[in-house]
Design a protein around this ligand. Structure first.
Ligand SMILES: C[S@@+](CC[C@H](N)C(=O)[O-])C[C@H]1O[C@@H](n2cnc3c(N)ncnc32)[C@H](O)[C@@H]1O
Length: 466
């Protein structure tokens, strides 16, 4: 059973992987040092690197990373393997647990490794690795490659004594090594600079007996032992190894291992006022910024974004004001129109800014309700305005004449309906320009009433730049 099938499946891992922890640590794991060194070199592990090894087993990879100067953390589902890792790395931050739920903060590591710990059956574990990597952090992990074509394929052949479903699951696990499989998964998870590299791997054992004992310490062997029994497993392992004995040399099995390397994207430069450079402050701009401070207490990101054309900005708002006056919209009605069309358009900035204004004027429940599309706090006239604003923002070419019935019933004549529609369309134009140019809501809007902040689940987030 895989962790994706049952959230507690990882708790069963120790039964197979932990039962011969000392054998694994001394007879099996040391051969893997070749892949550890290769991956650490690819990831530039060195002094000060904050490294996490996922499915760290008995911790030899961690010990080697520490030898390069890294500060290390590790997690493994097997308590007994992790006890060996602790013994080897007493100062490391080690946890018994599931790689799908890492007990570390977002962005805690520069490097995440996993040596045959991520599989085709554990795609979500990569999402966790992504989470704990810092921006521009480096990921490196290995999986079995084309084992059948490996000179040392014989060394893994006893795993196939397991029951048919277990062997099928082993195949699904190693499918991550197929050309394109890891690349696709990494790409879908959000990694960049994805590379596939060849990793050196050779298992060496002194003789068939130590090979059989080392192999028996591994999880897949336990699956085989459960099927054929310990004696039959050991006998078979001994037999396949005996055929490879060469005088004076250790048994050696070279195995195809694939390495995947990838980076988490670097954090974008923090510019809440959007993608355009903010021009030097002229006297005119200074006046516009001061006007913001006098009226709302801070300079709006939108004012900086529009700093190339403050005159166009003012003309747009002059026109909005003129149109609103022409149909006698009250402040509350303007607030309803803006919050309704901004939310339907997916613009978080105007939703929050006008959600705050409407909340201050009419209460947070009215504002949050309109933002969520719940107009129960509105009267019939206001409901007609909100409904029309959402219609114009959502599907202006799908309207029908009957959509105007409620506005007419509310007392609006054709001239007023044209003005209301113009008002909404101009607000959508303003939202579109801000959204397209990457303008984020002002961080001060995070202090808007909770129901308003909680209602806005769309658009660009509020960003805090340090
Ligand atoms: C092939 S071994 C690799 C161990 C170690 N990385 C090495 O290089 O020898 C797979 C490891 O994954 C661990 N493991 C399996 N499922 C896990 C899970 N859901 N969370 C964390 N570790 C897991 C096992 O206990 C085992 O140590």
């Amino acid at each position: 059973m895989s962790a994706s099938e049952h959230p507690d499946a990882w708790r069963l891992v120790d039964e197979g992987w932990g039962r011969r922890a000392a054998d694994f640590a001394t007879l099996a794991e040391p051969s893997n040092c070749r892949e550890y060194v290769a991956v650490h070199r690819h990831l530039d592990v060195g002094a000060g690197t904050r490294l996490l090894d996922v499915a760290c087993g008995s911790g030899l990879a961690l010990e080697l990373a520490r030898a390069c100067g890294a500060t290390v953390a590790g997690i493994d589902a097997s308590a007994r393997l992790l006890a060996v890792a602790r013994h080897r790395n007493p100062d490391a931050d080690l946890a018994v647990g599931d790689m799908h739920h890492l007990p570390w903060d977002d962005g805690a590591f520069d490097v995440v490794t996993s040596f045959r710990g991520f599989w085709g059956t554990t795609p979500d574990a990569l999402t966790e690795a992504w989470r704990v990597l810092a921006p521009a952090g480096r990921l490196g992990f290995t999986v079995w490659g084309h084992i059948k074509a490996s000179e040392g394929a014989w060394a893994l052949s006893p795993f196939r004594l397991a029951s048919e479903p277990k062997v099928a699951n082993q195949a699904a696990m190693v499918a991550l090594g197929r050309p394109g499989a890891g690349e696709d998964l990494l790409d879908r998870t959000g990694f960049v600079h994805i590379r596939r590299v060849t990793i050196p791997m050779a298992w060496e054992f002194a003789d068939p007996a130590s090979y059989a004992r080392g192999l028996a310490s591994m999880g897949p062997s336990y699956e085989a032992i459960q099927t054929v029994g310990e004696d039959a497993f050991m006998e078979y392992a001994h037999e396949v190894a005996s055929a490879r004995v060469r005088d004076g040399l250790p048994l050696r099995a070279t195995l195809d291992v694939v390495g995947y390397l990838a980076d988490k994207p670097a954090a974008p430069p923090c510019s809440p006022s959007g993608f355009l450079a903010v021009p030097d402050t002229t006297e005119e701009l200074q006046r516009s910024y001061e006007h913001d401070v006098e009226t709302i207490g801070f300079v709006m990101n939108a004012s900086r974004a529009w700093a190339h054309s403050p005159d166009v900005h003012d003309a747009l708002f002059g026109l909005l004001d003129r149109v609103a006056r022409s149909c006698s919209l009250t402040f509350r009605q303007r607030g309803i129109l803006v919050t309704a069309c901004a939310s339907a358009h997916g613009d978080s900035y105007c939703s929050l800014a006008w959600g705050l204004k409407l909340a201050t004027h009419s209460g947070p429940d009215v504002a949050a309700g309109v933002l969520r599309g719940d107009d129960t706090e509105l009267d019939a006239k206001e409901r007609a305005l909100a409904t029309w604003a959402r219609r114009v923002a959502g599907d202006p070419n799908g309207t029908v004449a009957e959509d105007l019935d409620d506005l007419r019933a509310a007392g609006y004549d054709d001239a007023a309906i044209l003005a209301i529609t113009t008002f909404v369309a101009l607000r959508i134009a303003y939202s579109t320009i801000n959204g397209a140019l990457g303008v984020h809501p002002d961080r001060e809007l995070a202090d808007a009433p909770r129901p308003v902040v909680d209602a806005v689940r769309w658009g660009r987030p509020i960003v805090q730049c340090t």
